[in-house]
Each structure stands twice: as C-alpha cells, then as structure tokens.
Design a protein around this ligand. Structure first.
Ligand code: ATP
Ligand code: MG
Length: 414
C-alpha cells in the first residue's frame, strides 16, 4: 500500500496541484496542514483532512509548535507518513521546525537558500556571481525621484519594470519611454510595490525548467513551454545545464521551477527568475510521465531512482469537463492519466469555478462588464480574494495597470 502524505503550505493552487499528483499516483490517504486560503480543500476529495493554522503571518499568534504537535499526531495514526512542502511558506516552516519533526520529509532547502532564490534581486546577484546569464538589472530605490535617463542607460529600452518579490506577473511592465514610465510607474499611486527593479528587456520566448534536487544533485527534470492552454515538453540543453549548475551552486534540495527567455535572433538563454517550490503547471509533467511529487515522497522514505528527464509530450491544461475527448478516458481507463482526470473532475469547488467561468463567458459582454463592476468590491471572478501575500499566491495582478501591454489580466501559470 502507498504511504500516506501530509502536505503543508499556504497556496491553495499549489497544494491542489500536489494533491492531484498524489492522486494520480494512486495515493489516496493524503492530508493537509495549510494557511487560511486552503480551507476549501475540506470540500474536496483530494485530501481526507485539511487543518488550518497560521504558517507565515507574524501579526497573528505563532502556530509553529502546534504544527509540530499536529505532525506528531498524524504520524502516530498513519505509519510511514511523509511530509511534503508545497510552497515556499510550507518549506520555510518545515525547515525551521525540522529538528522537532520525527517523520520522513520530502527534500526541502534551508530557509536561507529559499530566501535568496525567491527574491528576484538576490537571485540576480547569485547568478552574476556564478556567471549564469541574466538580463542587466538595477534597483529602483525610490520611484518618485529616480532618474529615468540613468535607468535607461543602465538597462536599455524598452525596459522591464517589476517588483523584486511578487509572482503571477503582478507589477510586471514593459516600459518604452520616460513618458510611459511617469504615467504607469512614477505617477500611478496604484503601482505601489516596495522593492522595484528595472531590467533589460529580452525579446524572445518563455521557457520553464523544472527540477527536483537533493543536495545539489538533480534527480528529475523537465523543460516546458506554453502555447495557450497547451504545455509541451522539449529539450534545451543550455537551459538544462544552467538549471543544474544553479542547483549545484546552492546545494539545493527540493522542487524548483526556473523561468527563462530564449532570445530571438541570437538563441541565447537568459534566466529571468526562480521559484523554489512546486509550480502551477506541475501536473503537465505528471500527465506526460514524470511525477515530481511521487518522486519527492519516495526520496523522503529512503527510496532511490535513476535521474529522470522529461523532454517530450504535451498536456492540455483546460479542465477535463471542457474536453469531451477526456470524458470516456476518465470513466473507462486506468493508469496515471485517468486517475488525474478523475481527481480533477471530482474536485467540486474547482468544478464549480470552471462552470461559473464558462457561464460568465456565455453572457453578453455588456452584462459581464456590469457584473465585473459589481464584483470589484468583493471577491474576483474566480472566487479568489485578493491576498495580503501577493508573493506566492499566483493570483491576478494587484493592479489593473500592472500588466504587460496588450496582455490579458490572466496570470502566467507555471
Ligand atoms: N527581462 C525580461 N525580458 C522579457 N520579458 C520578461 C522579462 N522579465 C519578465 N518578463 C516576462 O514577464 C513574465 C513574468 O515575469 P517574472 O517571471 O519575472 O514575474 P512573476 O511575477 O514571477 O510572474 P510569473 O509568476 O508569471 O512567472 C516572464 O515570464 C516573461 O514573460
Ligand atoms: Mg516568473
């Protein structure tokens, strides 16, 4: 029988992905200790229990000892239980309480390493130190007084302006001129991020390199790009080498997803950022034959395996309900893909969200606009509330201004 797993973190999106991967592997006895946003998992069949505690909010009573007690109670009830951190907050909690946790733990990096990798400025400095190619970047200490000509001289035009510590493309702008900088950054009170960067713009295409490492050694890797709803896997040796070097230099343990750009014209690869955690499109890899979560769980239990590399296959990210070809498979087939489909369909809160979204699309534009106006005072259209912690929630951009020109407001999903 497959051992039970206890997943910890604050991001509903990422914990859901981890639980789906466990279900796809046929593990059914899974539990969650999560932050407040994860409470809706109680209404799903992805996990048997979901206990909400304070994981990362210093303004609320600290629950670290409570976490240790909970883990101990689970471990007494469920022999062989494996603890898995889904996101950076979960990983930091596991790392700081590690000496008190007497259970097998899926690979997790020390908090100091997570802090460097999870910060775009510190990541940039680390890459420069190790001669990994990154776009020229400077800090904007005060957007009100910074001299635009100095920024342009340092990183060129157009430039990317973005916060050092956000995700989901929150605040990522491409700025082509001083007028545009003044309008969209300097004089926009809604563009309020405390640590801004100006970065050389790399014209080209986005790629993501995903890996799971132990002590700097990559145990599993996949490299993907996205085209609309389709995630496809391929090989890009230069990026794979850069990712493996990064893992080695930091003696990294755990899952990681690196964003990079392949420059049009030159074919050069530039590292854009690193997410030291599981990623939102995790189950594209699962679908195509590489289950990072199950590998992490088996490494925790002392398992060993030859390094795995996924470089082909494609995955349609649309919900199975919207893909009639998936229905029969979900009903009749067995195996990882069928289990993944069934688990996705059985996730009722997600299903309700998809149905609401589809119903919204059928309404005339005028009605949708009016509904959007009404909603703006409360939860957004996907039922997700704006989070205090923009850094890791993979939600919508904080401000409507905080988008790429000509891009929709949907966050990047990887
Ligand atoms: N220097 C750059 N040159 C070209 N495009 C960039 C640059 N920096 C960011 N981008 C584009 O903006 C996207 C989001 O940027 P970045 O990854 O730094 O922010 P993020 O908030 O972590 O977003 P996400 O969670 O969507 O990855 C990138 O995937 C890329 O498409
Ligand atoms: Mg990114």
């Amino acid at each position: 029988m497959k051992t039970p797993c206890l997943v910890v973190g604050t991001s509903l999106k990422l914990i859901r992905e981890v639980l789906l991967a466990l279900k796809a592997e046929g593990r059914s006895n899974n539990h969650v200790i999560g932050g407040p946003d994860t409470a809706e998992l109680r209404r799903t069949r992805l996990c048997r229990t979901c206990t909400v505690i304070n994981i990362d909010r210093p303004d609320l009573p600290n629950d670290d000892q409570h976490f240790v007690q909970l883990v101990q109670q689970f471990a007494e009830r469920l022999p062989g239980l494996v603890l898995i951190a889904a996101d950076v907050e979960g990983a930091k909690l596991v790392d700081r309480m590690r000496p008190a946790l007497a259970v097998p733990i899926a690979p997790v990096a020390p908090a100091a390493v997570l802090a460097v990798l999870d910060d775009k400025w510190r990541f940039h400095q680390l890459c420069e130190t190790h001669r990994l190619r990154v776009p020229k970047t400077v800090r904007i200490t005060d957007k009100a007084t910074v001299r635009f000509d100095e920024l342009a001289a340092a990183v060129g035009l157009p430039m990317v302006v973005k916060p050092a510590n956000c995700a989901g493309s929150a605040g990522v702008l491409i700025v082509g001129s001083e007028q545009e900088f003044d309008r969209r950054v300097r004089n926009d009170d809604g563009y309020a991020f405390d640590r801004l960067l100006a970065q050389q713009y790399i014209a080209g295409a986005d790629f993501c390199f995903n890996l799971l490492a132990v002590d700097g050694q990559v145990q599993a890797q996949s490299l993907q790009r996205r085209d609309g709803h389709i995630v496809s896997f391929l090989s890009l040796p230069v990026l794979e080498d850069m990712g493996r070097r990064l893992a080695r230099y930091t003696r990294y343990s755990g899952p990681m997803c690196i964003d990079a750009r392949l420059e049009a014209g030159t074919g050069r690869v530039w590292l854009i950022e690193c997410n030291p955690r599981f990623w939102a499109s995790l189950n594209a890899s699962t679908w195509c034959g590489l289950n990072f979560v199950s590998l992490a769980a088996s490494l925790a239990s002392g398992g060993t395996a030859a390094p795995s590399r996924l470089s082909q296959g494609r995955f349609n990210e649309r919900h199975p309900l919207l893909r009639p070809t998936a229905w029969l498979r979900a009903l009749a087939a067995s195996g990882t893909q069928a289990r993944l489909l069934r688990a996705s369909i059985a996730d009722l809160p997600m299903l309700a969200r998809v149905l609401r979204h589809q119903a919204g699309r059928l309404l005339p534009k005028r009605v949708r606009r009016a509904a959007g106006g009404l909603r703006s005072s409360g939860a957004n259209s996907r039922g997700l509330h704006a989070s205090r912690n923009t850094a890791h929630e993979l939600q919508r951009p904080a401000s409507p201004a905080a988008r790429h020109p000509g891009q929709s407001s949907r966050p990047h999903r990887h």
